[in-house]
Design a protein around this ligand. Structure first.
Ligand SMILES: [Zn+2]
Length: 398
């Protein structure tokens, strides 16, 4: 066993918490001379603790959704980060179609479609090759954001992508957390006016904007023994936005609200339920911004641990919520690994009232050690969330 991951549930977690609390990430090995936590009688490394539920409760298997699905949030291609908006395919469209047919998914929206020649390639190999089954969104040219004339260039690139067949715009959390000014290195604000022509162009072309802002609240807190996502942050330390010059979660949320307020004709889909740990806040935002919608991608772990509030949220905002999974290739984030198991868990969550089940196909819940409860939505609400709301936003016939 890798000694640096060895952690008695008691002593070592406390010790690493103390290190993190001093502003230092818990990153063993310990300096020479410092005693390594030794396993004690009855000690168990946290990562090996995989308790099995002893509850005797009904377990539903939902192999197909009750109604056809439009998955609004997938990553079949990824932007290669190059200057020309190029994309690389991380999933094979033929394999996607096989899963889609088994799982009753009519259409997948590939959000990260790049721009320029990249978006053209994604469109050629997805919606053009398989009409009706795929939709492609375009992305801003972040690498040009500090250039003179960027505001107009960006609007023109959106028009170009729309002509090529792109149906919406995807804004990664890059905006707000990673995109910095050339030279000064200052973070570029989400509500910076240089993006105004882009937001307005989206409205004119009826392209919804899928925007990921901020991240789970725990990612903005110290990685210590109080952090409910300790294991997830330990596995992905670069997901931490604690300290440095990062804005707080709420500052990022408020900057996005400024954009929605300033561009009332533009339709925004705030990804990952906008702020899934705080549904009262999301409800307040939905009430004050009629152009705001949310998707549920990679957040059934959050919604499903507050099933009573979530059920009311789904009912109240049934016209503003779209189905999405964040489906991606690879296994490092099991809560979004594309495949049959992923969709079966979403369907079970939305359609049944099953209790205390895993939100991801993984031996240990990857986003935090808890389990979820189904919300058992009614058929009219399911139809809207599975496909009708997203189809309306994108301009497809439901
Ligand atoms: Zn995503």
């Amino acid at each position: 066993m890798n000694r640096r991951r060895w952690m008695g549930i008691g002593a070592a977690l406390l010790a690493s918490g103390r290190r993190a609390a001093k502003g230092q990430r818990a990153r063993p090995p310990a300096p020479a001379g410092e005693a390594q936590p030794a396993p004690q009688d009855g000690g168990l490394p946290l990562e090996r603790y995989q308790p099995k539920s002893m509850l005797h409760v009904p377990e539903s298997h939902v192999p197909r959704s009750r109604f056809p699905v439009l998955d609004f949030h997938t990553h079949i291609t990824g932007s290669s980060g190059g200057n020309a908006g190029a994309v690389r395919f991380s999933m094979d469209p033929t394999n996607c179609l096989a899963v889609m047919d088994r799982k009753n998914i009519r259409t997948m929206v590939n959000l990260t479609g790049g721009y320029g020649d990249g978006v053209r390639e994604a469109i050629a190999r997805l919606p053009t090759a398989h009409p009706g089954r795929f939709v492609v969104f375009t992305e801003p040219a972040w690498s040009k954001a500090s250039d003179d004339g960027y505001a107009k260039l960006q609007a023109d690139l959106i028009v170009d992508a729309h002509k090529a067949g792109a149906r919406g715009i995807k804004v990664l959390k890059t905006l707000g957390l990673f995109l910095r000014e050339d030279g000064s290195g200052k973070l570029v604000r989400i509500d910076d006016p240089r993006f105004d022509p882009m937001w307005e162009t989206a409205a004119s072309l009826k392209m919804p904007v899928a925007i990921h802002t901020s991240d789970p609240e725990a990612f903005f807190l110290p990685i210590d023994r109080f952090n409910e996502r300790w294991e997830e942050l330990h596995a992905h330390p670069n997901w931490s936005f604690h300290g440095k010059d990062f804005p707080s979660d709420r500052e990022l949320q408020e900057a996005r609200r400024n954009v929605m307020r300033r561009h009332p004709r533009t339709q925004f889909v705030c990804l990952h339920v906008a702020n899934s740990e705080n549904l009262p806040f999301v409800s307040e935002c939905l009430e004050s911004h009629p152009n705001m919608h949310v998707d549920i991608a990679a957040r059934i772990g959050e919604l499903g641990r507050q099933p009573r509030m979530a059920r009311k949220f789904f009912d109240r905002y049934q016209d503003r919520i779209v189905f999405g999974t964040d489906a991606s290739a690879g296994s490092s984030t099991p809560q979004q690994t594309f495949g049959d198991a992923l969709y079966e868990i979403y369907y079970r969550f939305l359609e049944t009232e099953d209790e205390y089940f895993d939100y991801a196909p993984a031996p240990v819940p990857p986003q935090g050690r808890w389990r979820i409860y189904g919300v058992g939505l009614s058929e009219p609400v399911l139809r809207k969330i599975y496909a009708m709301n997203a189809a309306r936003l994108i301009g497809l016939t439901a």
